[in-house]
Design a protein around this ligand. Structure first.
Ligand SMILES: [Zn+2]
Length: 96
């Protein structure tokens, strides 16, 4: 999947309404890390001192970014996902 156009509205199944409804598609926003979370506290503690990055640094970067979509149900107003994200070189939400 190199280039992908996704329609802004589509009819898909809503787990809350238990039927197919109209959804609007949007990209997930990046949220700041919660510094009170156990994993984040452990990670920050691990960074202290010399030579203590917890995992090997990647020697090459991937050429694509993962696309993380959220579907907003127009009937109940709840957001949900559809499986995991996917990789695409070019991604666009098109108005139909
Ligand atoms: Zn719904």
């Amino acid at each position: 999947m190199n280039e992908l156009n996704v329609p802004q509205t589509m009819r898909i199944y809503c787990n809350f309404c238990k039927k197919h409804t109209t959804h609007t598609v949007e990209l997930a926003k990046k949220r700041p890390r919660r510094s009170v979370a156990q994993g984040q506290r452990r990670y920050l503690k691990k960074l202290e001192g010399y030579g203590s990055f917890p995992r090997p640094k990647p020697d090459h970067e991937k050429t694509t970014k993962k696309v993380d979509l959220r579907y907003l149900c127009k009937e109940c107003g709840k957001k949900h996902t559809k499986g995991q994200g996917f990789r695409a070189k070019k991604f666009q939400i098109v108005k139909v």
